[in-house]
Design a protein around this ligand. Structure first.
Ligand code: HSE
Length: 318
């Protein structure tokens, strides 16, 4: 266990959930952007709260533990911890904009529980940490989903084979370059979920599970063409893409620039594309810039790679 009062620094990566065809089950972590956090534990008297959250950014997110995604995740962890005389202090500097669709809430929840576990001497497994952090996702979107949390904690590409009981499968991947564009509009995950149809046609389901299996096989066999062909979503994207300006045109021009494929990142509004080389990923970024500049739509882009480490403890003591 790390001695009380000693601060640790945490780096929590952004994540791309769904990976186009794998709604709520597939996701991967990226090296940029990421959140920074600091955390320590101190002795607690009975009257004191067990979690104190301090925001270091401009987003004014709630600091009451029950309403804060990191707080909710930590409360779940503390419920399974046998001592009650400790208090976590958490400073959060969000560099991943909330509501951007690249796992901002997951980064805070996952970062907090990985940090707490480190402070407590790594007593919980990664699966336990995913379970705790899902409580943060419930605060953010009303639903416990793990497709951002799992890659954030494990790194790389992950498959949520089952959520209750939790079973996470880590997947290998060949070298892939990721281009992300974040148009500066807000799409709330809860809204983007509420518009989805609750029933799917069997013919669509067959296509979708063919693509999911194809994508997983493509990742495992390092078959770039199979990965590209499998990045197709016939169930969620047709409904959600109407929330994202220029979606179809952007996807088409990115593919023409050489991207393997891509689609909505999580529940949007960010869009991601996968490419075989850094050069192609940069050409894809240029297409994104040109399209959104032409529409006078402010946006941010990232060219990055898959993060294989997940949440990291950066410095032992600061
Ligand atoms: N799988 C979730 C969704 C991810 O698409 O609603 C949200 O980030």
């Amino acid at each position: 266990m790390v001695p009380s009062n000693q601060w640790i620094k945490i780096k929590a990566p952004a994540t791309v959930a769904n990976m186009v065809c794998g709604f709520d089950i597939l996701g991967f972590a990226v090296n940029d952007p990421y959140d920074e956090m600091e955390m320590r534990w101190v002795a607690r008297t009975e009257q004191e709260p067990s979690i104190v959250i301090i925001n270091l950014d401009e987003y004014n997110l709630p600091t009451e533990p029950e309403k804060n995604v990191a707080g909710a995740a930590l409360l779940a962890l503390l419920e399974e911890y046998d001592k009650t005389n400790i208090k976590f202090e958490v400073k959060i500097n969000k560099r991943i904009k909330p509501g951007s669709g690249v796992g901002s809430s997951a980064a805070s929840s996952a970062g907090a529980v990985v940090g707490a576990n480190y402070l407590l001497g790594n007593i919980f497994s990664k699966d336990d940490l995913v379970r705790f952090a899902m409580n943060g996702e419930k605060v953010a979107s009303g639903v416990k989903h793990a497709d951002n949390i799992a890659p954030c904690i494990f790194g790389g590409v992950t498959l949520v084979r089952s959520i209750f009981p939790l079973e996470i499968v880590t997947l290998p991947s060949p070298e892939l370059f990721v281009t992300i564009v974040h148009p500066q509009i807000e799409v709330r995950t809860a809204d983007a979920r509420s518009i989805l149809r609750q029933k799917v046609l069997l013919k669509d389901a067959i296509k979708q599970w063919g693509n999911i299996a194809g994508l997983v096989a493509g990742l495992m066999k390092s078959d770039y063409d199979l990965i590209g062909r499998s990045l197709e979503d016939v169930i969620i994207e047709p409904v959600r893409s109407i929330l994202i300006p220029g979606f179809d045109a952007l996807k088409l021009s990115c593919k023409q620039a050489g991207a393997l494929g891509g689609g909505i990142s999580g529940s949007g509004p960010s869009i991601f594309m996968l490419s075989k080389t850094d050069e192609i990923a940069k050409a894809v970024e240029k297409e994104m810039h040109e399209l959104y500049a032409g529409m006078n739509l402010p946006h941010h882009t990232y060219v990055t790679t898959i993060n294989q480490k997940g949440v990291e403890i950066l410095a032992d003591f600061i």
